[in-house]
Design a protein around this ligand. Structure first.
Ligand code: FES
Ligand SMILES: [Fe+2]
Length: 341
């Protein structure tokens, strides 16, 4: 995939194959307390649930008996019971553990099993990956989930690839146009941006120049640091007077042109400008301004070809993200040929 160290532009199919090696969020833990959930990851329907011992599990959302949707079923011990004929499937490895219609459970067909996927918990979410992961879970060393106060906003879905939304999150040139109602009159002119890319990570340090009426959203924030980890995480660390706030956004590819988004708002112990609920509510209003614009963007997939769209100096961070994204895809594909399907 690499040619003299430069990554060539991947096709849509190549992007989808590469993302099979990316950890992606499939549910919030708080939602699983009410029962199993269905999540589609790169076209694969998954059933996500918490076993009775509280361990998260991800299996195919398709019963191997007659194809019922397992996410409509119920948790039984460490297994998920199919809603159709009650067969039970282990969360750990997808093995069939019980067939109620058999008087002798020794008659369970040998090898009766559905696909089960690796599972991790982080930031109140369950994450999974469809093939051998290229990297570990994304980590943000500055965001100490044990120490900070944080909580989730309402997840949402978009009819565009997740990259389109990741770009919006840290695109500072749209504030003056999309966010006047929440951020006040922001300056239109963007100073020369100097993003720094290190492999899949891109950071950008910026002094905030807010306009009239921006205090409600920005409070005493005067400095921000954007931290992006390609392909599917973007975050902003906000430095206020004597404290820090953050917004962490992670996304899942439902398919090439559909995506699911989860976000966490938080702050350090010394932050006293608003409550967690108020902080989440303020971020939700900002997202609500973005979503109609982003939902109507064309093309619905991220444009990775440098010449396919017009760019200016204010788009340097966007271009750095696209380079990091392309590098992820290249590296994932380079080492994928030996992967089992
Ligand atoms: S379809 Fe699942 S038990 Fe029959
Ligand atoms: Fe925005």
């Amino acid at each position: 995939m690499s040619d003299n160290g430069r990554s060539r532009i991947p096709s849509s199919e190549e992007v989808s194959l590469a993302l099979r090696r990316c950890w992606q969020p499939v549910a919030r833990l708080q939602d699983l307390e009410h029962g199993p959930q269905r999540a589609v990851l790169l076209g694969e329907a998954l059933a996500v649930f918490l076993t009775e011992s509280g361990e998260p599990a991800v299996v195919a959302d398709r019963c191997a008996h007659r194809g019922a949707s397992l996410s409509m079923g119920e948790v039984r011990g460490e297994s998920l019971q199919c809603p159709y004929h009650g067969w039970e499937w282990a969360g750990r490895d997808g093995a069939c553990t019980r067939i109620p219609s058999l008087s002798d459970q020794a008659q369970i067909p040998p090898g009766a099993r559905i696909p089960a996927f690796p599972v991790r918990k982080q930031w109140g979410m369950v994450w999974t990956v469809l093939e051998e992961p290229l990297t570990g879970l994304p980590s943000l060393p500055w965001f100490d989930a044990e120490e900070w106060t944080w909580g989730h906003g309402a997840p949402f879905e978009l009819p565009v690839s997740f990259g389109v939304m990741i770009e919006n999150f840290r695109d500072v040139a749209h504030f003056a146009f999309v966010h006047q109602a929440t951020m006040g009159a922001m300056p239109e002119v963007v100073e020369p941006l100097e993003p720094e890319r290190d492999g899949f990570e891109v950071t950008l340090h910026r002094m905030m120049r807010t306009g009239e009426g921006a205090e409600e959203v920005w409070g005493s924030t005067r400095e921000v640091r954007y931290h992006l980890i390609a392909p599917n995480l973007t975050a902003v660390q906000m430095f206020t007077t004597g404290a820090e706030r953050c917004l962490v956004h992670v996304a899942r590819a439902i398919g090439p042109t559909e995506s699911a988004h989860y976000w966490v708002s938080g702050f350090t112990e010394d932050f006293d400008e608003c409550s967690l609920e108020e902080s989440i509510e303020a971020e939700a209003r900002i997202y609500a301004e973005d979503l109609p614009i982003i939902s109507a963007v064309e093309p619905r997939e991220l444009s990775l070809h440098p010449g396919s769209e017009l760019n200016t100096l204010a788009d340097r961070f966007t271009l750095a993200y696209r380079e990091a994204f392309t590098e992820f895809v290249s590296r994932a594909l380079e080492t994928r040929s030996a992967q089992p399907r």
